[in-house]
Design a binder for this molecule. Structure first.
Ligand code: R1P
Ligand code: URA
Length: 294
């Protein structure tokens, strides 16, 4: 059995994992991921009891209970590079024996239920500001999953081919990848969120087709994304983390879903800078779902 060197999985002197500063017994089976550290504390403010809190850089974690269900909320900061850290460290907390530095045997492994509650921009005209969109499929143009072996096993390769073909994908960019999210979680949120294909971009501006001062390499980029269709799927929204969560969850044997509230309407050219009420609605809706159907 491979012993994981301390350079590969760094454990702090107090026994907590390097970035998240959590110890294995401080992680619940249901994990809520949010981008904004303040949103992590906001989610925890709904808990009946908070048993543990930790903070390091952009990663603010709280574990507690609500309606008898144990939950951990973690802020990820922005971007799929941060998700690489968060997902690997969550999985290590669940499935690596920190003392022996070995992966736990199969029967001892935990499958986490992971829900991202984020903000996004809608790319279809019929999805209004404040709507909830859930990612039946998460698509990544960030490239992260391409670094992991055997990612083909969890990717929808037909969807990938169709996307590359229909958009005339520039080969200088990372190969896109598409991963289906957990069917049970999709069903759980089916009556409150629009079902769609979420694209995660490696930036907020040009990678999401935004022009402020610098022009786009491909002026028709956003239009091609909007027009893409495959079977019953179209790109509903753009954000920056969902693909890496879906991809790494699938590779590691966890169940994941992303739900986002719309704070920018890209076809109407509209936005809601003060989106606190939208986020509150999303968090209350998700907590009710996750603690009623555990
Ligand atoms: O509100 P969060 O969860 O951070 O999500 C979205 O907002 C950030 C960009 O403003 C990116 O992280 C994007 O994915
Ligand atoms: O348009 C948007 C809004 C929020 N977050 C994003 O990444 N894009």
């Amino acid at each position: 059995m491979r012993t994981i060197p301390s350079s590969e999985l760094i454990v702090n002197d107090d026994g907590s994992v390097f970035h998240l500063h959590l110890k294995p017994d401080e992680l619940a089976d249901t994990v809520i991921l949010v981008g904004d550290p303040d949103r992590s504390s906001m989610v925890a403010s709904y808990f009946d009891r908070v048993e543990h809190s930790a903070a390091n850089r952009e990663f603010r974690c709280h574990t507690g209970t609500l309606n008898g269900v144990r939950l951990t909320v973690v802020s990820t900061g922005i971007g799929c590079d941060n998700i690489d850290i968060v997902m690997n460290e969550l999985d290590a907390l669940a499935n690596v024996d920190f003392a022996a530095r070995v992966v736990k045997p199969g029967p001892q492994r935990r499958s986490l239920r992971i829900v991202r509650l984020g903000t996004c921009g809608a790319v279809q005209p019929d999805i209004p500001l404040g709507a909830l969109v859930m990612s039946a499929v998460s698509g990544g143009i960030d490239g992260l999953l391409n670094f992991y072996a055997d990612s083909e096993a969890v990717r929808d390769l037909r969807l990938e081919e169709a996307f590359v073909r229909q958009t005339g994908w520039d080969e200088r960019l990372a190969r896109p990848y598409f991963v289906r999210n957990d069917a049970g979680l999709i069903e759980l949120f089916g009556d409150v969120a629009i079902r769609g294909l979420t694209l995660s971009a490696p930036g907020f501006y040009a990678p999401q087709g935004r022009v402020v001062r610098l022009p786009l390499a491909r002026p028709d980029y956003l239009e091609k994304i909007e027009r893409f269709e495959h079977e019953d799927l179209r790109v509903t929204n753009l954000e920056m983390e969902s693909s890496a969560i879906a991809g790494l969850a699938a590779l590691l044997g966890h169940r994941a879903l992303t739900v986002c509230t719309v704070i920018a309407q890209r076809t109407a050219g509209d936005s809601k800078p003060d989106y606190a009420a939208f986020v509150r609605n999303m968090v209350e809706t998700a907590l009710a779902k996750l603690t009623r159907n555990a």
